[in-house]
Design a protein around this ligand. Structure first.
Ligand code: PEP
Ligand code: MN
Length: 338
C-alpha cells in the first residue's frame, strides 16, 4: 500500500476512526488539527477503497507514485505464456500457484538442455531456465553458446511442455532471445542498464527482473517501471541475494524484501536461492525460506551432471535435490489453498 492521507469528515468521531483503522492493522498519525491522518505504507496491505469506506473518512489522498505502471500490476499475477500442448497459460504472482523454474546456468550442449528439461518437468517445474548469453566476471570464462543454445533450449522446453526463460545481456541480442524464449531475463548485473531495459521492454514480453546485488528496493521497482514504460507485458521480480559482509554464504537472500514486495506491495516475485547461496547445500533451505516469506516461485539452477557444470558448478543441484524443491513448492501451494 502507498502512503496516503485520510481527510476526515468535520463531525467524524476520531476514536471510532482509530478503532476501525486498528481493526485493519493500519497505524496512523494525526496531522495538524487532527482532521487529517497520515497512513504509512508499512501498514498492513489495505486498499484505498477500504479506507475510503470507513465511517468518518471523507477522502483518501494517495501519495504520488514514482512507478504507476508497476503499481497497476499489484495484486495481479503476470502471465508468462502457454507451453506447447498445455491447456492453460502459466502465471506467476499473487493468486497464482507457486511456480518452479529450473534448469542449468548455461545450456552447454543439446544433451544438457534436454536432460535438464526432463529433470525440470519431472520435478514439477513449468518453466525451463537456461543461459545462452552469459554474463561472466572473466572475459575468458565460458560465455554461453548464444543463439545455438537458445535453439537447444527451445526444442527441449517444447518437448517437455515447458516455457523458457533466458537472459538477454545486450541490446544487440535482446530480439534474438525473445524469438526463442517466452520470458526474457534481465540479470542482476544489468538491472540498471537503462538502455537494455528499454530495448527489452519494447519487445512486449514478460520479463524476469533480477535485483542488482547492491540495488535498493526503490531502484529495483524503478527498473521494473523502465521495462513496463517501454512496453513489457509484465514484470516478475527475482530476489537473488544482495552483497553482504561474508563470502561463505555468497549473497544474502533478502527475505525482508521478499515479504515486503509480495505481502505489502503485492508484486509478483520469485527467489533465486542458487545465486544467493553460491553452494548447493544451502539451496533447499533458502528456497523454503523464500517461499515462507511469500515468494510466488523459486528459480533454481539444476544440472544433469551437477558437479561438472561449465558455469556455477558449485551451486548446481541434481535431480533428487530438485525433486525436494518441487515438493516444497507444492507444499507452499497447499498452504495457500488451506
Ligand atoms: C543466472 O541466472 O545465470 C545469472 C547470471 O544470475 P544473476 O544475474 O542473478 O547473477
Ligand atoms: Mn548461474
Amino acid at each position: 500500500m502507498r502512503d496516503c492521507v485520510l481527510l476526515l469528515e468535520s463531525d467524524a468521531d476520531r476514536a471510532e476512526v482509530d478503532r476501525a483503522l486498528r481493526r485493519l492493522g493500519v497505524w496512523s498519525v494525526a496531522l495538524g488539527d487532527g482532521t487529517a491522518l497520515q497512513v504509512a505504507s508499512h501498514s498492513q496491505a489495505v486498499d484505498d477503497r477500504t479506507l475510503a469506506s470507513l465511517p468518518g473518512v471523507a477522502k483518501v489522498m494517495m501519495a504520488r507514485s514514482e512507478h504507476p505502471l508497476l503499481d497497476a500490476q499489484a495484486g495481479v499475477a503476470v502471465t508468462l505464456g502457454q507451453a506447447r500442448g498445455a491447456s492453460a497459460p502459466v502465471r506467476c504472482g499473487p493468486g497464482a500457484e507457486p511456480l518452479l523454474l529450473a534448469g542449468p546456468c548455461s545450456a552447454e550442449s543439446e544433451e544438457t538442455a534436454w536432460q535438464a528439461a526432463a529433470m525440470a518437468a519431472a520435478a514439477g517445474a513449468k518453466v525451463l531456465r537456461g543461459g545462452a548469453f552469459k554474463p561472466r566476471t572473466s572475459p575468458y570464462a565460458y560465455r554461453g553458446d548464444g543463439a545455438t543454445a537458445l535453439r537447444w533450449l527451445r526444442e527441449a522446453a517444447d518437448a517437455h511442455g515447458l516455457l523458457l526463460v533466458s537472459e538477454a545481456m545486450s541490446e544487440a541480442h535482446a530480439a534474438e532471445v525473445a524469438e526463442y524464449a517466452d520470458v526474457v531475463q534481465v540479470g542482476s548485473r544489468s538491472m540498471a542498464s537503462y538502455g537494455l531495459l528499454s530495448a527489452i521492454g519494447t519487445l512486449g514480453r514478460p520479463v524476469l527482473l533480477k535485483r542488482g546485488q547492491s540495488a535498493t528496493l526503490q531502484e529495483w521497482r524503478l527498473a521494473a517501471e523502465h521495462l513496463l514504460a517501454a512496453g513489457a507485458a509484465g514484470v516478475v521480480l527475482c530476489e537473488r541475494g544482495i552483497a553482504g559482509v561474508d563470502r561463505e554464504t555468497r549473497n544474502v537472500l533478502d527475505l525482508g524484501a521478499v515479504a515486503l514486495i509480495a505481502g505489502i506491495d503485492g508484486h509478483a516475485i520469485v527467489v533465486d536461492p542458487s545465486h544467493a547461496a553460491g553452494r548447493r547445500d544451502l539451496v533447499v533451505p533458502l528456497a523454503q525460506a523464500g517461499l515462507s516469506a511469500g515468494a510466488h516461485g523459486v528459480l533454481v539452477e539444476a544440472h544433469p551432471d551437477a558437479g561438472n557444470a561449465r558455469s556455477d558448478a558449485a551451486q548446481a543441484i541434481d535431480a533428487a535435490t530438485l525433486q525436494a524443491i518441487g515438493a516444497s513448492v507444492r507444499k507452499a501451494a497447499q498452504r495457500e489453498d488451506g
